[in-house]
Design a protein around this ligand. Sequence first.
Ligand SMILES: C[S@@+](CC[C@H](N)C(=O)[O-])C[C@H]1O[C@@H](n2cnc3c(N)ncnc32)[C@H](O)[C@@H]1O
Length: 196
Amino acid sequence: MIRRNKEILSLYASEIITADSTDLNQTFIEELRAYKFQDGETIADIGGGIGSRSLIMSMLPLKLTIYTTEINKQLLQYQNTLYKGLPNKFRYNKVEVIKGSKNQTNLPTDRFDKILMTNTFHHLKKVPEMLSSIHDNLKPNGTLFVLEDLRSNQFIPYCIHQITEEDLIDKMAATDFVFVEKIWIGKQSLFIYNKK
Ligand SMILES: C[S@@+](CC[C@H](N)C(=O)[O-])C[C@H]1O[C@@H](n2cnc3c(N)ncnc32)[C@H](O)[C@@H]1O
């Protein structure tokens, strides 16, 4: 499956195939496109969960430096095992797994071109502290991508937390980030912010 995805992702990156012509999860392809990754970029995925996004990003045919953070011990262990267990021929880029904390990412300062937070914002216990830490991690022109399912009154499988659009906008407005745009990725909202 990994080998097959790698081939599909190469075709996608060369724009030989489009989201409509692949049987990979279509919204994920849309999401990847929205990040507009460039060769040489340094990326972080905050709250990477089981690490599936970083894994796919590591297989993109681009030279990327990828970090992923987690606070959950089991998920950290899972991710470490996942990346160590993969033969190098299946990957283009190494993934660095970092133990985060409630208040900060524990990532290096002024280092990242793009930071992703997918379905993680609503899990944060210390939102202002985490957003300030992410702001510090980004390079001066860096970008933060926040992906969330903001449909109200919807049952979201396996998710006990929920956040409204107003809440997310308010929390972001209290930071130094500058709103760029919001785009739809399937039924999810992707908010894009620049570092001031
Ligand atoms: C719903 S999961 C999303 C996982 C993955 N990003 C995805 O979209 O499938 C949210 C994750 O954020 C992690 N998390 C919560 N607070 C965090 C923090 N301060 N730093 C790093 N990870 C955190 C949780 O442990 C959980 O695994």
